[in-house]
Write a protein that binds this ligand. Structure first.
Ligand code: AMP
Ligand code: GLY
Length: 421
């Protein structure tokens, strides 16, 4: 089979490495991929948002199955267009991808169907938003409506910060048109859990849970990033929490999307907070998380392509999706300065993969060398019988990788290890 994977990050590298394990796979094209992915797939320089280019390539190259991984092409309707040209896909259609594409949609949707989430108000004009803030409980959380690369959220700990946030989103447009509408919501507290799930609209199968480390600096300090590391499973996701999530969140979400005429087929990501009143949805994503995928897929025992095809064909209930009972840890190595300004173009020296896997996110090939080209450069995942073992193995691997200007958090897994005690 000839496969196509749209996207260019560590998540896509993890998906591609997993798909390669299927013996029916003859060729994988990555659009656009990156310098590291090039070792595992044929990279073609067509951007993930160039829907016409992607469809033309898939059609001309007789692609048997396509996987659309990032949010942008999903929200733009890449799956709809590929399917309309006869190319079967894994990923939600545009009308279902809105669950991530619009926070206003997802908040109103959760309210309508009684799915637990933070209390909120929606604003489309700055004066009413500011008026509301005069008496809103503080801290408060301000979110831009549309996609903002995971950065469209400001947590305000004072009333002044909240007012500044509204001005910067609605007036200064720091997140562009994403900030035309905003959500102001209740500040929730508790450990966060990421649960990726497979769903075909009939069945929802949660994958092993994970914990992201979103802040740039150790001990959860510094700016929010795309994610600086992950562990799986997440110790806060107990059997009791899992059962409650299934009954109150996962199944109700799938059924409500069906009722809305927006059947979701693909990977539905639940960003959860385990509050003292039970699990609540912080956000939905219409795709695999990055770097959650880099710990979840290495623990998957079932063939990924079989699952993808079953989801596409609405036959997920026929597949027994199994995960290993090991633990995994992924440490992200970034360019120092990320998520703000950083320098790139430095050579990356990689060791032989041994008891760990490397997923490349931001690198390019130049004269036979692999050079850094992005904020998050790569992720190193190791597995262990215990979380402690997985964490130690990942950091041992990190110490064997070098590039100038490398930065990584030293405490990935620390919070999870403390919870285990
Ligand atoms: P999001 O892009 O919606 O995932 O938000 C980014 C991060 O902001 C989340 O991972 C949380 O850590 C935090 N966050 C979002 N919403 C809330 C909330 N209502 N209360 C507390 N923290 C939040
Ligand atoms: N790691 C969080 C996300 O993919 O949105």
């Amino acid at each position: 089979m000839k496969l196509l994977v749209v996207g260019s990050g560590g998540r896509e590298h993890a998906i591609i490495k997993q798909l390669k394990k299927n013996k029916n796979v003859e060729e994988i094209y990555a659009l656009p991929g990156n310098g590291g992915i090039a070792a595992d797939a044929e990279c073609v320089n067509i951007g993930a948002k160039d829907i016409d280019g992607i469809v033309e390539f898939a059609y001309n190259n007789k692609i048997d199955f396509a996987v659309v991984a990032p949010d942008d092409p999903l929200v733009l309707g890449c799956v709809d267009t590929l399917e309309a040209h006869g190319i079967p896909c894994f990923g939600p259609e545009k009308k279902a991808a809105i669950i991530e594409g619009s926070k206003v949609f997802s908040k109103n949707f959760m309210k309508k169907y009684g799915i637990p989430t933070a209390e909120y108000e929606v604003f489309s004009d700055i004066d009413s938003a500011l008026k509301y803030l005069e008496t809103a409980p503080i801290p408060t959380v301000i979110k831009a409506d549309g996609l903002a690369l995971g950065k469209g959220v400001i947590i305000a700990f004072t009333r002044e910060e909240a007012i500044d946030a509204v001005h910067s989103m609605m007036e200064d447009k720091i997140f562009g048109e994403s900030g035309a509408n905003i959500v102001i919501e209740e500040f929730l507290e508790g450990p966060e859990v990421s649960v990726l799930s497979f769903t075909d609209g009939k069945t929802v199968v949660p994958m092993i849970s994970s914990m992201d480390h979103k802040r740039a600096l150790d001990n959860d300090k510094g700016l929010n990033t795309g994610g600086m590391g992950t562990v799986a499973p997440n110790p806060y996701y107990t059997d009791k929490v899992a059962k409650e999530c299934m009954e109150k969140i996962f199944i109700p979400t799938m059924e409500a999307m069906n009722k809305e005429g927006r059947t979701f087929k693909g990977c539905l990501y639940f960003g959860l907070m385990i509050t003292k009143d039970g699990p609540k949805v912080i956000e939905y994503n219409c795709r695999f998380g990055d770097p959650e995928t880099q710990v979840v897929l290495p623990l998957l025992k079932t063939d990924l392509l079989d699952i993808f095809m079953a989801v596409r064909n609405e036959k997920l209930s026929e597949i027994n999706v199994e995960f290993s009972d090991e633990n995994a840890c992924c440490v992200i190595m970034a360019s120092d300065g990320y998520p703000k300004k950083y320098n790139t173009g430095f050579e990356i020296k990689l060791p032989e993969e041994n008891e760990f896997e490397i997923f490349i996110a931001g690198a390019k090939n130049s004269d036979g060398k692999l050079l850094t080209s992005g904020g998050r450069v790569l992720g190193v995942t190791a597995k262990g019988k215990t979380l402690q073992e997985a964490v130690e193995k990942s950091y041992r691997a990190v110490s064997q990788i070098s590039f100038e200007n490398a930065y990584y958090r030293k405490d990935i897994g620390k919070r999870a290890l403390m919870a285990n005690k």
